[in-house]
Design a protein around this ligand. Structure first.
Ligand SMILES: *[C@@H]1O[C@H](CO)[C@@H](O)[C@H](O)[C@H]1NC(C)=O
Ligand SMILES: *[C@@H]1O[C@H](CO)[C@@H](O)[C@H](O)[C@H]1NC(C)=O
Ligand SMILES: *[C@@H]1O[C@H](CO)[C@@H](O)[C@H](O)[C@H]1NC(C)=O
Ligand SMILES: *[C@@H]1O[C@H](CO)[C@@H](O)[C@H](O)[C@H]1NC(C)=O
Ligand SMILES: *[C@@H]1O[C@H](CO)[C@@H](O)[C@H](O)[C@H]1NC(C)=O
Ligand SMILES: *[C@@H]1O[C@H](CO)[C@@H](O)[C@H](O)[C@H]1NC(C)=O
Ligand SMILES: *[C@@H]1O[C@H](CO)[C@@H](O)[C@H](O)[C@H]1NC(C)=O
Ligand SMILES: *[C@@H]1O[C@H](CO)[C@@H](O)[C@H](O)[C@H]1NC(C)=O
Ligand SMILES: *[C@@H]1O[C@H](CO)[C@@H](O)[C@H](O)[C@H]1NC(C)=O
Ligand SMILES: *[C@@H]1O[C@H](CO)[C@@H](O)[C@H](O)[C@H]1NC(C)=O
Ligand SMILES: *[C@@H]1O[C@H](CO)[C@@H](O)[C@H](O)[C@H]1NC(C)=O
Ligand SMILES: *[C@@H]1O[C@H](CO)[C@@H](O)[C@H](O)[C@H]1NC(C)=O
Length: 374
């Protein structure tokens, strides 16, 4: 009632003010016919230059090439999983014929995403499919691996999207990566997990993304572009919470509450990692490296946050650490660690935020490992 009255008064006072000879500017700024609707600022909204959907720097080219490798492994993976297991194997894991078609459709989405990135790079400069090897023997573990690889894809792309010189290309990539985020959620649901136990999807760097996927790529055509990003030594959580175990609480579903959490703050992780200098990736033609000093912390990249925990029982290339607590915005907000988290071994604990996360690369001793918390 009160606001109604207020509006009525304003309507009456408007014309009155004109009669009384108010300055022209104040009446024109209130008039819909003279409002421009185009606030100052913003980038790339003028008619010229017209958008060019091509890489504009080596950074763009190397980032998009990495994305293409990522799209191709996903395309291969989804089709491989469907071919490797029988319809009955899927049914036994609670994945119906219609769910199987959804996985097939996600493979078709990857064909489209690979086509898009190929067009941006130009077919002459675009890499093609490789051969791959996967660490699963069961439907549940296929779903678990697919959930991890789609998380790596979305977080890797989120990490560089806002840094691309070609903002036009970023606009197209955004439209494919948001679809990939839906795939990540579908795989969580097929694994019977809470579909999105976080408020924010974390970003990682290109080198973290490449370090994680390269070991699963066995060989690539000679005509492919070489990946320019770094391969960090591998990190292994030897006692991970295992989300793929099938129980009556982890049958595929839109969502599940678990009676016992997968892991909680204080859970002790046992970690082992490789030394640098190992041949990995396509044709074993990449070599792992690090510019970091001695291992000092575990870094946890999750939600908006990079959190560090102390390494205990440090002995050569092994140590233990504990899953941290903490909430994204303080008490009674989302826990920082829930869902699929990136864990790395680092030599220092610099304060980094999502837009300057690449400053962490020089401190990485090993990783990332993917840790399914919850
Ligand atoms: C291929 O990439 C190079 C730079 O790496 C660029 O100069 C060239 O124009 C690209 N070719 C096409 C057809 O876009
Ligand atoms: C992929 O593997 C097949 C079968 O081993 C082999 O014939 C082919 O050369 C490989 N292709 C590439 C690009 O590595
Ligand atoms: C990798 O190995 C495959 C299979 O032997 C071969 O066809 C391909 O040319 C090799 N790729 C590179 C980049 O050497
Ligand atoms: C990780 O550690 C476990 C337990 O020791 C071992 O079985 C597994 O092979 C290791 N994985 C890798 C990739 O090193
Ligand atoms: C984890 O590490 C602790 C301490 O070193 C050890 O006692 C325990 O057996 C390890 N657990 C596993 C599953 O490797
Ligand atoms: C989870 O356990 C299954 C056996 O139930 C095993 O095949 C799989 O490798 C385990 N996954 C992880 C991530 O340790
Ligand atoms: C799952 O089974 C256990 C016993 O095996 C039972 O206690 C529990 O209530 C069941 N949970 C659900 C969600 O059905
Ligand atoms: C699911 O878990 C939430 C959070 O712990 C709780 O508030 C809610 O009551 C649970 N719902 C059911 C149906 O178990
Ligand atoms: C997580 O990041 C947000 C945003 O930068 C910050 O406000 C918050 O304090 C951080 N939370 C923790 C537990 O570090
Ligand atoms: C958060 O919770 C802790 C423990 O209950 C309490 O000591 C602290 O004052 C709370 N912080 C804020 C900002 O409310
Ligand atoms: C990263 O950015 C934050 C501001 O968001 C800044 O406080 C921090 O010092 C930066 N980190 C480094 C290592 O420069
Ligand atoms: C993670 O999220 C799930 C789903 O909301 C919740 O049941 C679980 O308690 C959370 N775990 C932690 C450690 O907060």
């Amino acid at each position: 009632m009160k606001s109604h009255l207020h509006l009525a008064c304003a309507a009456l006072l408007g014309p009155l003010a004109v009669v009384q000879g108010a300055p022209q500017a104040s009446t024109s700024s209130a008039s819909p016919t003279t409002t421009s609707f185009v606030p100052s600022g913003g980038l790339g909204t003028a008619p010229t230059p017209v958008p060019v959907y091509n890489p504009m720097s080596d950074f763009d080219f190397a980032s998009l090439t990495l994305t293409l490798y990522q799209e191709y492994i996903e395309l291969d993976l989804f089709n491989h999983g469907l071919a490797m297991f029988s319809a009955q194997d899927f049914e036994d894991a609670g994945i119906s014929a219609e769910d199987q078609y959804l996985i097939q459709f996600m493979g078709e989405q990857e064909t489209g995403h690979a086509q898009l990135v190929t067009n941006i790079l130009s077919p002459q400069n675009a890499s093609t499919m490789c051969n791959y090897s996967y660490p699963f023997q069961t439907v549940r573990d296929f779903v678990d691996f697919s959930l991890k690889i789609t998380r790596v894809g979305e977080s890797g792309t989120f990490g560089f999207l806002e840094h691309l010189d070609s903002r036009a290309s970023a606009a197209l990539l955004l439209e494919s990566i948001s679809t990939e985020s839906r795939q990540e959620m579908v795989f969580r649901q097929l694994e019977g997990l809470f579909p999105m136990p976080f408020w924010f999807t974390p970003a990682i760097t290109q080198s973290m993304q490449w370090s994680w996927i390269a070991p699963y790529i066995t060989s690539c055509p000679e005509s492919n572009q070489r990946i320019q990003w770094q391969n960090f030594p591998a990190l292994n959580v030897t006692n991970p919470p295992n989300a793929s175990v099938l129980t009556n609480e982890t049958m595929p579903a839109i969502t599940h509450n678990r009676s016992t959490p997968l892991s909680q703050p204080g859970y002790q992780l046992n970690l082992t990692w490789d030394s640098p200098g190992k041949q990995v990736g396509p044709n074993n033609s990449y070599t792992t490296s690090t510019s970091a000093g001695a291992a000092k912390y575990a870094a946890w990249i999750s939600q908006l946050n990079t959190t560090y925990t102390a390494l205990d029982n440090l002995n050569g290339n092994s140590a233990t650490t504990e899953q941290p607590g903490g909430n994204v915005f303080g008490n009674n907000t989302a826990p920082t660690v829930n869902g699929t988290i990136f864990v790395l071994i680092v030599d220092d604990n610099p304060y980094v935020t999502p837009f300057n996360l690449s400053l962490l690369n020089e401190h990485v001793v090993a990783g990332p490992a993917l840790y399914v918390a919850g």
